[in-house]
Design a protein around this ligand. Structure first.
Ligand SMILES: [Zn+2]
Length: 265
């Protein structure tokens, strides 16, 4: 039995202790060829996953809608889901956007700001504007140079955070209030710094932590969707069954790879 299969059986047996009002999932790239892990998901598998959300009448939301939770939390009959993509790859525009538009599904992209319109693998500002105007796509920030946020200090805060957000505003008119940690790395220092700088309202991690408030900032845990996930695993992930398991796995893997992972709390 593969480890994935074993984990699947285990999560089916345990009660769902870490269910949330809002489940948050993340992807990176989408491809017509074979996918790979969390980095790249095959487009047909991605569509199969989205079709499950449609069938189950999930309410997909954008960052903007999070500013007024009453907008989506009133309807208790529908489960809410925030679909996010990290970095801003060109295939998010070429493959994801047309499919989502056709099905009226919303999603969000965290921009590696310095790569936008600068690198062929990434979307352009025109694409950001087109997606933003559709009201189906929300945008967040992911630093300017995709740096490990634990190494952001007073000296590069200006470049990585302040100026990155200014550039997004200049090119799109969007005031971005959502931030995702590159590599999922963070510590108390960067959270305090971001809290003081008052640029963002919400910080997103790449682990399955629960939602909680730290001073004026919300820390929001996400669960990653891999190419290898079958539909059952996907269902479990969007239903919150993997939140706790995912968080434990994440901590274990970070330690094993030798990251000095100072997980906040
Ligand atoms: Zn990233």
């Amino acid at each position: 039995m593969t480890l994935d299969l074993m984990l699947n059986r285990i999560v089916k047996l345990v009660p769902n202790l870490s269910k949330r009002d809002l489940q948050v999932i993340y992807f990176h790239e989408v491809t017509k060829s074979a996918g790979f892990s969390y980095n790249m998901i095959n487009i047909n598998k991605f569509k199969r996953n989205m079709e499950y959300l449609i069938k189950k009448n999930y309410n997909t939301i954008t960052f903007e809608e999070l500013n007024d939770p009453s907008e989506f939390s009133n309807n208790k009959d529908r489960k809410n889901i925030l679909i996010t993509f990290d970095d801003g790859y060109i295939n998010n525009y070429e493959l994801v956007f047309p499919f989502m538009k056709k099905n009226n599904l919303k999603f969000n992209v965290f921009l590696e700001v310095g790569a936008i319109s600068q690198n062929d693998n990434y979307i352009t500002w025109d694409m950001v504007n087109e997606m933003s105007k559709s009201k189906l796509v929300g945008f967040g920030a992911h630093t300017f140079n995709h740096v490990d946020a634990r190494y952001i200090t007073e000296s590069n805060l200006e470049e990585e955070i302040i100026n990155a957000n200014k550039l997004i505003y200049q090119r799109t008119g969007l005031i971005v209030q959502d931030f995702c940690f590159p590599y999922g790395m963070y510590n108390t220092g960067i959270i305090q710094l971001l809290n003081q700088s008052e640029v963002y309202k919400r910080l997103y991690t790449s682990d399955g932590r629960r939602l909680y408030k730290e001073q004026d900032l919300s820390l929001i845990g996400r669960v990653g969707i891999k190419d290898e996930d079958n539909l059952d695993t996907f269902k479990g992930k969007v239903n919150g069954k993997y939140n706790l398991l995912y968080r434990l796995n994440r901590i274990k893997n970070s330690r094993r790879k030798g990251y000095n992972c100072e997980v906040f709390r």
